[in-house]
Design a protein around this ligand. Structure first.
Ligand code: FAD
Length: 485
């Protein structure tokens, strides 16, 4: 068989998620005359819109799904091809795809995201949320549901528990309190009343342009490679079951076993359970605390694994402890001329004291933009410095309808419990927590409209000694914004 013709590009970006698209956009800004190719397995690409700067390191933005043509018309030297990268020849600098095409690059950036960790084999009763298609499947399944189990305690599980209505939710989590990756028990208590409310049924207006993703449009061998959803993944979806909303939290548990109905009659503990419960369920879950719940389906939201297999097979990439592509301070992987950004990578540089990686869209965007600078500088022989955003962890989100801003070591990460907490708390209004070590601010959680993000960002970055202010730092009668400006 004849060898495929090699199509030549200066830059190739693999992945059409936030990291990949941001990287391609910035390559166009930095090097518009160079030919850039985005290779992506998903039919739609992600676009960041309505960027609103909040602080030096933090922006809020929306994520929309666009047809690839929109990127090509905005950035004329960027082409987008929908194909699945099947193999990477790092010696010859060639990318081979599942449709048999071959592309050469001078610099390549891997932005293939992450894949949901599997609680069990995906089946009719175990689902997870990752892309538009899985979100639509979730919507279709919940409309006939009386009870679902959501397993996990991260951002996805938290948003899901908040967004669903008209259904009983068993929320199973490993931690002692909800949303433990992001907030402490105090903040969890602050949010809890919102969690238990039945939500108003507002109109389901979607800000996102909608596309129907046909099953037949899936590339072969590409299940689980759609781009991760954006911040507004639930807008436009009707996540309503057919009964009353009720939330039952099962804390400090894991899933022990999952049973299909035909298995239940064979087990003594299940017979006891069935005698105490009315009705039959499509699936049963036994938790490690011994409880058994029947439900319509289970949502697995237990985290993600970096999606590296397409590029690692046959190659010797160095990997981080969590299995991501290990990158240095110039976003370079261990293989020549190959960079990585977003959920797929694991930072291997000496990180700043108040920054750490969390697989979030904020960081996917920041990394995509910085990776473009690194690729261009290595191509052009220009010196660049590490982007300022890697000085401080910062993230803006919404939990249970409240604005949430997380700064620095907001949960005392890496401080070994050796820190003090300053707290200001007005029920239903605001929750402000500062993590302090020897009078210096290390991190903060700001819930509600506090307007303190810029001041606190400065206080964490400049490590000013605040000991003399003591608890007055959060005294509502003192306008600390003016004080420290
Ligand atoms: P992705 O967006 O996953 O993009 C990966 C791209 O690579 C896709 O286009 C895919 O098709 C492509 N690809 C993969 N393999 C191949 C291959 N072999 N060949 C070609 N293309 C390939 N983050 C937050 O900050 N806040 C939240 O509240 C939040 N909620 C979330 C809710 C849900 C339901 C999900 C799933 C994620 C959520 N996240 C949240 C995480 C956030 O979406 C991700 O961190 C971010 O989107 C990662 O971007 P990425 O570009 O690295 O990867």
């Amino acid at each position: 068989m004849a060898e495929p013709v090699t199509e030549e590009y200066t830059y190739i970006v693999v992945g059409g998620g936030i990291a990949g698209v941001t990287c391609a956009e910035h390559l166009y800004i930095l090097h518009p005359e160079a030919q850039t190719l985005v290779l992506t397995a998903s039919p739609l690409i992600k676009a960041v819109t309505n960027v609103l700067p909040l602080t030096k390191t933090l922006d809020t933005f929306e994520v929309e799904e666009h047809d690839p043509n929109t990127l090509q018309s905005k950035c004329p030297s960027v082409s987008v091809i929908r194909d699945f990268v099947a193999h990477l020849d790092v010696e010859k600098q060639l990318v081979h795809t599942s449709t048999g095409r071959c592309f050469s690059y001078q610099k390549l950036c891997v932005c293939t995201g992450a894949t949901p960790k599997l609680l069990a084999e995906r089946g009719p009763h175990v689902v997870w949320l990752r892309d538009t298609e899985s979100a639509q499947q979730f919507q279709a399944q919940i409309k006939d549901a009386r009870r679902i189990m959501i397993v996990g305690n991260g951002g996805i599980a938290t948003e899901m528990v908040y967004e669903v209505t008209g259904v009983e939710v068993i929320w199973a989590m490993k931690d002692k309190h909800m949303t433990a990756h992001f907030i402490d028990p105090g903040a969890a208590e602050f949010m809890q009343p919102e969690l238990l409310k039945e939500k108003d049924e507002g109109p389901t207006v979607s800000k996102r342009r909608k596309y129907t993703v046909e099953h037949s449009s899936q590339l072969s061998g590409t299940s689980l490679v759609g781009g991760s959803l954006g911040p507004d993944w639930h807008s436009g979806l009707k996540l309503k079951g057919k009964t009353e909303r009720k939330i039952i939290m099962e804390k400090e548990v894991e899933v022990k076993r999952i049973f299909e109905p035909m298995e239940v009659t064979q087990l003594q503990e299940m017979v006891t359970y069935l005698n105490s419960e009315e009705g039959e369920w499509p699936v049963y879950v036994e938790l490690t605390n011994g409880k058994i719940y029947g439900c319509d389906f289970i949502v697995s939201a237990i985290g993600v694994t970096p999606n590296v297999s397409a590029v690692t097979s046959g190659n010797k990439f160095a990997l981080g402890e969590d299995g991501g592509l290990l990158i240095d301070e110039k976003m370079r992987t261990s293989e020549k001329n190959i960079f990585a950004a977003g959920d797929v990578c694991s930072p291997g540089w000496q990180i700043a004291p108040h920054w750490f990686q969390m697989r979030l869209w904020t960081q996917a965007r920041q990394m995509g933009s910085y990776a473009a600078k690194c690729m261009w500088s290595s191509q052009a022989g220009e010196e660049i410095y590490m982007d300022f955003c890697f000085e401080l962890f910062s993230h803006a989100t919404k939990f249970f309808g409240h604005k949430v801003i997380l700064l620095g070591l907001f949960n005392g990460q890496g401080l070994d419990g050796k820190y003090e907490i300053l707290l200001r708390y007005t029920r239903g209004m605001e929750y402000i927590k500062c993590v302090m070590v020897e009078g210096r601010m290390q991190g903060a959680v700001l819930i509600g409209e506090t307007d303190l993000e810029e001041t606190f960002e400065n206080l964490i970055l400049n490590q000013m000694d605040l000991s003399e202010y003591g608890e007055d730092l959060l005294n509502p009668d003192i306008d600390i914004e003016d004080y420290f400006d």
